[in-house]
Ligand binder design. Structure first.
Ligand SMILES: C=CC1=C(C)c2cc3[nH]c(cc4nc(cc5[nH]c(cc1n2)c(C)c5CCC(=O)O)C(CCC(=O)O)=C4C)c(C)c3C=C
Ligand code: FE2
Length: 449
């Protein structure tokens, strides 16, 4: 993004990514390093950067489905949940239109509004906060979702005339065994998930959307994530979570369209027609009790997860992508993959075929005042029906997962993620039913009015 706001800023030969340190310069144009990755890469050995990651890549904003779901997971995330502070449907729709125009620009590597940072006059606050000037799009995706409380408030009110359009699948999650949820980190009327390969690009996007929403929405809670904990494409290597284990090995991948359409995208016959091509997002802020985990011997860590820490292979297997042999027995006839292990309890084999698409991030938010790291996994799952996918999976984990000794769920939210905006729609246009901003408006960078 340049102060001139030119499209040519994307894909040029010499991107100035972060103060002269461009990934291209460090790793070459394709981002491929010379060091081998993949199965067999162990802690202590260098791994190559993600081959799908290029700082100046633009992920198309418009389409039949929203970007940021099956898009290969970016390195960084800023997630915000908003409460709507107005009772006016018109004001809400006007903001959604304005957000759409800004989101389309920012995901293309442009300023939030044309010339917004420095060219709109000396005697008014800039329309773009400016911290992403000189940065590329960095594969920024912005994904919006609507919480149950947008449809029917806690007071039972239908503020925006959409109570009858609430999908039945969009209900607050039940309380799970062991939940220690903080209401201040849970729920929300609207969420926006910003993912990018540069944290400043993701933060800039959320900041500018929140800023323009003043008077209509207010941030309820937000979360920064610094390292992806899954892969959503076979082109990506499997990252590690803060317990040091490869995470995302048996995730749904974009290259498996049958699984994506069965488990991720809402179909027209599912529920509300406006959700066709959308999905449901479940967010859980999960504290990981780092200190007790770090005092746990490797054998126990691997028993708890059900996989080898180094290779990521299932216990009893050799390679990361070997199948889980859930029937295999070891010494004394004991299951090789423990009956309480995380992977067994979360597996489709044990859950009648259920799967979800995981898209979470590591977080560390300093320490908790008692000398412990406030760190963990900001778990994000996309599914076609949270009630029949996420809920039974989490019920099984909450009751029996050996991992529970080392984690605590402290935040929770669920959102209906509408379909993509197509050629002319705006965020929520299938729900609110109005026409989107015209192409001319979008070209001119004028937020829809
Ligand atoms: C309700 C769903 C899940 C929650 C919550 C969850 C939390 C959580 N997971 C890990 C670490 C790992 N999870 C792994 C696999 C895995 N996890 C879930 C679901 C939830 N995880 C699923 C569906 C799976 C795949 C199971 C399978 O079919 O094999 C793994 C292994 C690698 C992998 O396949 O991804 C790890 C490691 C942590 C640390 C955590 C909470 C903090
Ligand atoms: Fe897991």
């Amino acid at each position: 993004m340049s102060s001139q706001d030119s499209n040519q800023d994307n894909g040029h030969a010499e991107p100035v990514a972060r103060k002269g340190i461009s990934r291209r310069r460090l790793f070459g144009a394709a981002g491929a390093g010379a060091v081998a990755v993949g199965a067999g890469a162990v802690a202590g050995r260098l791994t190559a950067p993600d081959p799908t990651s290029g700082y100046d890549d633009v992920v198309p904003f418009r389409g039949a489905v929203q970007a940021g779901i099956v898009t290969p997971v970016q390195d960084r995330m800023h997630f915000a949940a908003f409460d709507v502070t107005t009772d006016s449907r018109e004001e809400l729709v006007a903001l959604l239109r304005k957000w759409t125009a800004m989101a389309e620009r920012m995901t293309a590597g442009k300023q939030a509004t044309e010339g917004g940072a420095v060219d709109a006059g000396e005697y008014r606050p800039p329309d773009d906060t400016g911290e992403a000037l000189d940065l590329d799009a960095c594969r920024l995706t912005l994904t919006i979702g609507f919480g149950p409380s947008l449809f029917v408030g806690a007071d039972g009110k239908d503020r925006f005339g959409i109570a009858g359009l609430r999908p039945q699948r969009l209900t607050d999650l039940p309380k799970f065994t062991g939940d220690a949820l903080d209401p201040a980190r849970s729920g929300g009327d609207i969420c926006i998930q910003a993912c990018a390969d540069d944290p400043q690009v993701a933060v800039h996007a959320i900041r500018n959307l929140a800023r323009v929403g003043f008077g209509t929405v207010a941030v309820k809670w937000s979360q920064l994530g610094f390292g992806r904990t899954s892969s959503t494409s076979t082109s990506q290597s499997t990252p590690r979570n803060l317990f040091g284990f490869k995470d995302g090995t048996r995730n749904i991948k974009a290259e498996d369209p049958a699984a994506v359409s069965e488990f991720v995208w809402a179909a027209p016959i599912d529920d509300q027609a406006w959700m066709a091509g959308g999905s449901y997002l479940v967010a859980r802020r999960i504290r990981m009790l780092i200190e007790p985990w770090d005092r746990t011997v490797l054998h126990e860590q691997e028993r708890v997860i059900g996989r080898s820490k180094g290779s990521g292979a299932p216990l009893g297997g050799r390679d990361e992508f070997d199948p889980l042999e859930l029937e295999a027995k070891g010494a004394g006839g004991k299951p090789v993959i423990d009956t309480d292990s995380h992977v067994r309890l979360a597996s489709a084999e044990e859950l009648g075929g259920i799967q979800i698409l995981r898209r979470g991030y590591n977080f560390t938010d300093g320490s908790d005042g008692f000398g412990h790291l406030d760190a963990g996994l900001f778990f994000i799952a996309y599914c076609r029906d949270p009630q029949t996918q996420f809920v039974p999976m989490q019920q099984s984990l909450a009751r029996n997962d050996a991992l529970n000794e080392y984690i605590k769920h402290v935040g929770s939210a669920v959102f209906a993620v509408p379909p993509g905006v197509g050629d002319a729609g705006y965020w929520g246009s299938t729900l609110f039913g109005d026409a989107g901003p015209s192409v001319d408006d979008r070209e001119a960078g004028t937020p829809g009015q």
